[in-house]
Write a protein that binds this ligand. Structure first.
Ligand code: 5GP
Ligand code: MN
Length: 335
């Protein structure tokens, strides 16, 4: 029934909602869906609770992403209240939409989830699979379910591929399956330029981003007993390197490159004092989704999660260091 309702027979007002600090998967998936729904003649908007990294400025259709601010509050509110459907793209927890939460909760629109995170709460229509590497694969499946794969053009394919690339760490994470490559192959057949996409995402850094990385690498600590590494960026570092959103992307992965390390944490004082944004990554069976849910009010996936803590940076690190001994066995015997 739901598929029929959005099949294009009747024009619908649709909001595609993103999580805060939207990443390549959230942006790529929602832009692909925007182009697709426009082909079905719907009225579509993408709304983001916060800014995104400059590295996504080149994405086809990116100008359609409406970034919520005090200035456009009335417009955004109107879009929430006038829409027939609100799609949650690439997240399942409404704590991740900041101040848009009140509009979301009071809007009468049907709420549709398209996502790949674990343990969602209930929405009007759920299309999710935590075993899938990216939400963009879910969008591919969604279009396929509607028998519309022939509507995927170069722009849609580029956007989907960005989601695939960024959420799989360029096809290297354990979440990659044969379906990931199958979809990547289908998108390539449409004629996208994968080398150009890689270049735009990964070879357009500003030198300040590398300087920030070098600060984080200098501060990297290893605790062999718990096979754990952690590092941080504080507010002063961000000033020193003229920080822009997205500049800390990737720092978390370096710790995991060390032999025998299975758990990596990154603490980020983005705003002066707090809250602290935390990222976790693991290798093997240590579950950082559960870890983050339990102690840092966050979540994500088994091997990649994030959270937030309303403490100072030193207090947050101290809190973390107090917790990890509890996981001695899980970390020591992680495979
Ligand atoms: P990152 O470390 O790149 O910010 O996030 C890694 C993963 O954890 C992403 O899949 C993201 O969806 C999830 N994540 C990050 N921060 C939060 C958070 O505050 N809450 C929840 N539930 N998930 C998060
Ligand atoms: Mn994702």
């Amino acid at each position: 029934m739901f598929y029929y309702n959005i099949s294009g027979i009747e024009k619908r007002k649709i909001v595609l909602l993103l999580h805060k600090n939207p990443d390549g998967d959230a942006l790529g998936s929602s832009l692909a869906l925007l182009f697709y729904f426009r082909k079905l003649n719907h009225d579509v908007d993408i709304i983001s609770p916060t800014e995104y990294s400059d590295s996504f400025n080149w994405l086809p259709g990116i100008k359609n992403v409406l970034i919520f601010s005090k200035k456009n509050e009335d417009l955004v509110k109107k879009k929430f209240f006038n829409s027939d459907y609100i799609f949650l793209i690439d997240f399942n927890n409404i704590s991740r939409i900041n101040n848009l939460k009140k509009f979301f909760l009071y809007s009468k629109a049907k709420k549709i989830l398209i996502d790949h995170h674990l343990s969602p709460i209930s929405f009007d229509f759920m299309f999710f699979d935590p075993n899938v590497a990216s939400t963009s694969i879910m969008i591919f499946r969604f279009i396929s379910k509607m028998n519309n794969l022939d509507k995927i053009d170069n722009e849609i394919a580029t956007c989907l591929y960005v989601g695939l690339m960024t959420d799989t760490g360029y096809f290297r994470f354990p979440s990659v399956t044969s379906e990931t490559h199958f979809v990547a192959g289908k998108l390539m057949k449409i004629g996208i330029n994968i080398n150009l996409i890689y270049n735009k995402l990964q070879e357009t850094y500003h030198i300040n981003k590398l300087k920030l990385l070098s600060i984080a690498l200098n501060k990297l600590k290893i605790i062999n007993k718990y096979r754990t590494t952690y590092t941080s960026i504080d507010y002063l570092d961000t000033k020193l390197c003229s920080y822009k959103i997205g500049d800390t992307e990737g720092i978390i992965n370096y710790g995991l490159k060390i032999k025998n390390v299975v758990f990596s944490a990154f603490f980020f004082e983005e705003k002066k004092d707090f809250p602290i944004k935390i990222s976790f990554r693991s290798k093997g069976n240590f579950d950082v989704n559960l870890f983050s849910r339990k102690y840092f009010g966050g979540g994500g996936h088994k091997n990649a999660s994030g959270g937030i803590l309303d403490k100072s940076l030193p207090e947050t690190i101290e809190y973390f260091l107090k917790i990890i001994p509890i996981y001695y066995h899980n970390l020591m015997f992680s495979i």
